[in-house]
Ligand binder design. Structure first.
Ligand SMILES: *Cc1c(COP(=O)(O)O)cnc(C)c1O
Length: 381
């Protein structure tokens, strides 16, 4: 059986976790938390980062930091994970869902501006499959209308927007705030885990307070104040040192992990190109302003029946493939609150997109088997 995902561990996780136990500081904000945060700040030049228990939590921190209030409007794609919307809904906000691009599941940058009203507070682009949204377009719109930008970079670790002058901007570091996930399905993982990147000075101090249950304990530990207490709202958003130690081992291997994932991605792309040329399927498109971090390989089928048939066929051949998001504007929770607009491409990706196995330990022979499986479904079935 070729699974869809298999979480990978390097040889260092257990060694680092053992050292956490030996040091006897197991709660959050210890040595490994600092090592992970420094790693992000040095490698990707994020101004300030804080490890959280999940990307969902990091998004909740963003909604608190932006002071989102009931009736504020937040624009984001409908084709995304629940958490992107949930964080803002919990503050009482109204989520205004935008459609996907025709050529990519990410938000259609050209459909954002028509959704902006006097109540709009923030834009939340999601870098689907790790692939960058058109960030210069999005940042221009935000500036023009005085909106905040929160990048949901859950899938986009070590991936970049390519500026018109050819320079690279790390995803998650372009908006005022960015969030990452270390869920076991992501490129770099610790089972569950996340990180918030704070790219705008005005949020730095408060972020630390919200992170530490509304107290100024972080400042106290740095010796900047001589007593700490309750100063704001917040929650226990910190990650345990055990998870931070696990995560640090993964971060140290990020290049090795990414290059293997890209080899798999490229083999899928080449191997399935003929099916695309014959119009059986569409392959993922990486726009010229984005690099690729090999997070996900998906194909887009022609009909829902064909996708269901392919999933069944692959399963019979011991290959697990899975579809992905269902449009949030049609969800049981939100459909009555949605304003009724039809989001055609979001619905198309909900019905037609299929993800193929992609994980570090997937061998090239297994990739070949998956390609043959998809081919034989379309050619002989
Ligand atoms: C995985 C994911 C999340 C949630 O991450 P958790 O760490 O599981 O909370 C949010 N948004 C997107 C786009 C994701 O892919």
């Amino acid at each position: 059986m070729i699974p869809f995902n298999k979480p990978f561990a390097t040889e260092k996780e257990l060694i680092y976790i053992k050292s956490v136990l030996d040091m006897g500081k197991i709660s959050g904000n210890g040595m490994y938390t600092k090592l992970c945060q420094t790693f992000f700040e040095e490698n990707w030049k994020f101004q300030k980062t804080l490890l959280t228990t999940s990307c969902t939590d990091a998004l909740e921190m963003c909604a608190i930091l932006l002071d989102i209030k009931p009736d504020d409007e937040i624009i984001m794609p409908s084709y995304t994970f629940v958490s992107t919307a949930l964080a803002f809904i919990r503050q009482g906000a109204i989520v205004v869902f935008a459609d996907s691009r025709s050529d990519h599941p990410g938000i259609d940058e050209n459909k954002i501006e028509e959704l902006i009203t006097s109540k709009t507070k923030a834009l939340v682009p999601v870098h689907y499959a790790g692939v960058s949204c058109d960030m210069s377009k999005i940042m221009n719109i935000a500036q023009k209308h005085n909106l905040f930008v929160v990048e949901d970079a859950a899938q986009a670790i070590d991936n970049y927007y390519i500026n018109s002058d050819g320079s690279f901007s790390p995803l998650g570091g372009i908006g005022q705030l960015g969030t990452f996930s270390f869920h076991e399905t992501k490129n770099i993982q610790s089972g569950e885990g996340g990180l918030i990147a704070i790219n705008d000075e005005q949020f730095s101090k408060r972020a630390e307070i919200i992170w530490e249950k509304g107290t100024n304990r972080a400042e106290f530990y740095r010796g900047e104040i001589n007593k700490y207490g309750w100063v704001d709202i917040g929650s226990s958003f910190l990650q345990s040192e055990i998870l931070a130690a696990f995560l640090f081992a993964q971060l140290e291997q990020k290049d090795k992990i990414k290059s293997k994932r890209l080899r798999i991605w490229n083999k899928y792309y080449d191997g399935l190109s003929e099916l695309q040329e014959k119009s059986f399927i569409k392959l993922p498109k990486i726009p010229n302003y984005s690099t690729n971090n090999g997070h996900m390989f998906y194909i887009v089928c022609r009909t829902l029946d064909e996708r269901s048939g392919l999933i069944e066929y692959l399963k019979k051949n011991n290959i697990m493939s899975v579809f992905h998001y269902q449009s949030l504007h049609n969800s049981d929770f939100y459909k009555a609150k949605h304003d009724g607009r039809v989001l055609k491409f979001s619905d198309q990706y909900s019905e037609l997109l299929l993800r193929l196995p992609l994980f570090y330990e997937l061998t090239m022979d297994m990739v070949e088997l998956v390609i043959r499986g998809v081919e034989s479904f379309f050619y002989h079935n």
